[in-house]
Design a protein around this ligand. Sequence first.
Ligand SMILES: [Zn+2]
Length: 432
Amino acid sequence: MLSLCARGHKFYQKQWGDAGVNIADIQTIDDLENLPLTHKQELMAAPEDFRLNLPDLPLHERALWEVLYTTGSTSDPVPLYNTTYDYHAYLHQSQIVADISGIGESDVIANLFPLTPAPMGAFVRSAGNAYAAGATIFAALPGGAFGPFDVHRSLDQAVARVEKHRATILWGVPSYIRRLLIRALELKSDLSSVRMCAITGEATSPALREDIRRCLREMGAAQPVIFNRYGSTEMGAFAQCQEEGDWHNPSPELQYHEIVDPETGRRLPDGERGTLAVTHLDKRGTALIRFVVGDIVSIDRTPCPHCGRTSERVVGPVVRTKDLIKVKGMLINPDVLLDALQSMPAIAEFQIVIQQEDATDPLSMDEMLIRVALQNKADASIAEEIAARGRKAVNVTPRVEIVAMEDIYNAGAQTKAVRFVDRRSSSASTVR
Ligand SMILES: [Zn+2]
């Protein structure tokens, strides 16, 4: 992997040149510590520079199979490139994930991830996971509507599809799955076929996971299982062999993990909590070496006490260190939104609040609320434009509330206005 990068990876050619590293000196896992870390900001600044460019490779190692996007700190998501070779590697990895999680040919997977403006890994890869396991899959296509083609589907339609196809596995963002189950209970739908939920994309608490189980039990599911899928588009997927367990690296031949000090790049001993870094070992499209994921975890390399597998396990709790926050499963950067609102002259004061949709229900879905106080001459109809600007900035549609200036910023009592408030109980430190 390192010699491929030395031949055709623009970013690492420069980074290693600047650092005076001779790749021939990197011979062991221990030597890897001598390479600089890669930070997400560097990937976001120049995603094309992270793509291997080696015209002499065989076609399947060069041909672009898919582009997935990961949300960055600008409003534009960052493209990650996968060649045919990488797609096969992902199928291989998904087969092992399915084995570890007990997903097989008799399963019917409901892909409940939203249709988003740029292709997100979780949505696109759901099909590959089903192909690898030999399972059946269909999609519910939820999400905020955009574009002229009317392909998004409502919550009730999603419930109907899950019931009709007798889905055994619900695959999606946990707060959406929970909402779907609550709606199914209201509609008295029969979702007793569901035996597992594979959730990813946002922080969940044990209480939310237990509430999802409760809904499934009420619908007649005997012993519903919830697997919390840890991973990202950059990292690939990890798998739990049992509920609430550690995350196994399914394919240590494809990705190497270490815990590092993000300032010095020094590796920390196993069992010590620190910043997770991933190194691709066999990639052909976008390739990352010692990439800082942005989560604080520890690693255990002893055999799993439950299943005996010997690849390393990521041990939680997962604490996110990025400035980015997740709303409805989408990573957003509050700064981009602040910039967009600060540029609107009609707004006198504003505050962005991330909270639960239903304040009495701590497990309900996220809501982004923009509270604004308007300048004297401004018309209240500007609320629509504010919502549109917010959506354009971060791809999440906010609710806009017009309030009095003092409701946001009481200049007599506060030293400065608080522009960003996260009222969610689970926002500080849980698994995404
Ligand atoms: Zn295990």
